[in-house]
Design a protein around this ligand. Structure first.
Ligand code: NAD
Ligand code: TYD
Length: 349
């Protein structure tokens, strides 16, 4: 790719997107990186403060659901590639308000696909998806790229739908696409509504730790920087039209993970071991709660040579340390004030 390569990263102010933007800014100084983000409750420009003065970084505030705006943006910039992470991402919110998930995850993705296929330029469209499209596993087996789609939540149904559209644009219009389906991520800058950051924040504040059902559901956890390294590799080396599963072979039952986190936090906070565990509170189960997710990432390992850099224990330690060093970040994002602050600095379009 030449010296003027322009890459559009959507959702770059969110959890995973901010790690992807940082990695691309640092590893590819010759690329111009455009971060397009609506700055919903989950988007936070503070996540990128360390790189936002880089000469190859550009922020655009905007909504992928606005098709006219997206078309204009592509006419203005003629991007060489798109890495699409913008989404509504929380299952519980999708149960409460499914239509927003249809708008952003499905309509927003189709708007980007339409803009990406226009004109003569051959540009890569990389769609970041989730293992949740495959549904739920029993006690054994792994999701492979051949596993049949079987989404159960409005979130996973919207992501499955967007995946189908992306493949349809490859088959119908010959758009150069790649898709990856990743397992649960954890790490710095994760909004504290998801299990790990919520639990860290609640332990710190001595609040109850809500465990859905009996805590027997299993998730396969991957450190966010390892997801970013997989995205880098797939964007550059992935075969057009292909799907790659990404996961760390790190299965944890929720209750075991929370107990382990409680011990880690007790040590870090200088509390007597067992103190934080007393905060565990079993609550009503999530509707349609998938029992188990686990990824077979052997295609990515064998074909592109990817492997995670940290074990779960190392990644969790780094994560806890980051949150304890950044309690001001936690307090700001839970207060909601940060949104008003950034809203004043950027106007739509
Ligand atoms: P996130 O919720 O932290 O961030 C999403 C970002 O998208 C935010 O910055 C938000 O402001 C932006 N956004 C939302 N709606 C938008 C819109 N209409 N227009 C423009 N920007 C908008 O999400 P995340 O956890 O970083 O996930 C990123 C992507 O990775 C998503 O596509 C998600 O489905 C996928 N994924 C996430 C996980 C995970 O464990 N978090 C695992 C696998 C795949
Ligand atoms: P979450 O972090 O919301 O990710 P996902 O639903 O995409 O896997 O939840 C991870 C697991 O933790 C899931 O099985 C639901 C469960 N959970 C709780 O038990 N308590 C909580 O407060 C939350 C947010 C999740």
């Amino acid at each position: 790719m030449g010296s003027t390569t322009k890459i559009l990263i959507t959702g770059g102010a969110g959890f995973i997107g901010s790690h992807v933007v940082r990695r691309f800014i640092k590893n590819y100084p010759s690329y111009q990186i455009y971060n397009l983000d609506k700055l919903t409750y989950a988007g936070n420009l503070e996540n990128l403060r360390d790189i936002d003065k880089s000469p190859n970084y550009h922020f655009i505030k905007g909504d992928i659901v606005d098709s006219e705006f997206i078309q204009q943006l592509f006419s203005e910039h003629d991007f060489d590639g798109i890495i699409h992470l913008a989404a509504e991402s929380h299952v519980d919110r999708s149960i409460a308000n499914p239509i927003e998930f249809v708008m952003t995850n499905v309509v927003g993705t189709v708007n980007l696909l339409n803009a990406a296929r226009k004109g003569d330029k051959k540009r890569r469209f990389y769609h970041i998806s989730t293992d949740e499209v495959y549904g739920s596993l029993g006690t054994s087996g792994l999701f492979s790229e051949q596993t049949k789609y079987d989404p159960h939540s409005p979130y996973s149904a919207s992501k499955a739908s967007s995946d189908h559209f992306v493949r349809a644009y490859y088959d119908t219009y010959g758009l150069d696409i790649v898709i990856s389906n990743c397992s649960n991520n954890y790490g710095p800058n994760h909004f504290p509504e998801k299990l790990i950051p919520l639990s860290i924040n609640n332990i710190r504040n001595n609040n109850a730790l809500p465990v859905y059902g009996k805590g027997e559901n299993v998730r396969d956890w991957l450190y966010v920087e390892d997801h970013a390294s997989a995205i880098d590799l797939i964007y550059h080396k992935g075969k057009s039209g292909e799907t790659y599963n990404v996961g760390g072979l790190n299965e944890w039952k929720n209750i075991d993970l929370i107990r382990f986190l409680c011990k880690t936090m007790d040590v870090k906070l200088g509390r007597e071991i067992g103190t934080s565990e007393r905060l565990i509170t079993f609550v009503k189960d999530r509707a349609g709660h998938d029992l188990r997710y686990a990824i077979d990432a052997s295609k990515l390992r064998n074909e592109l040579g990817w492997k995670p850099s940290v074990t779960f224990e190392e990644g969790l330690e780094k994560t806890v340390e980051w949150y304890l060093r950044n309690t001001a970040w936690l307090d700001r994002v839970t207060s909601g004030e940060y949104r008003n602050y950034y809203e004043q600095q950027y106007t739509h379009r």
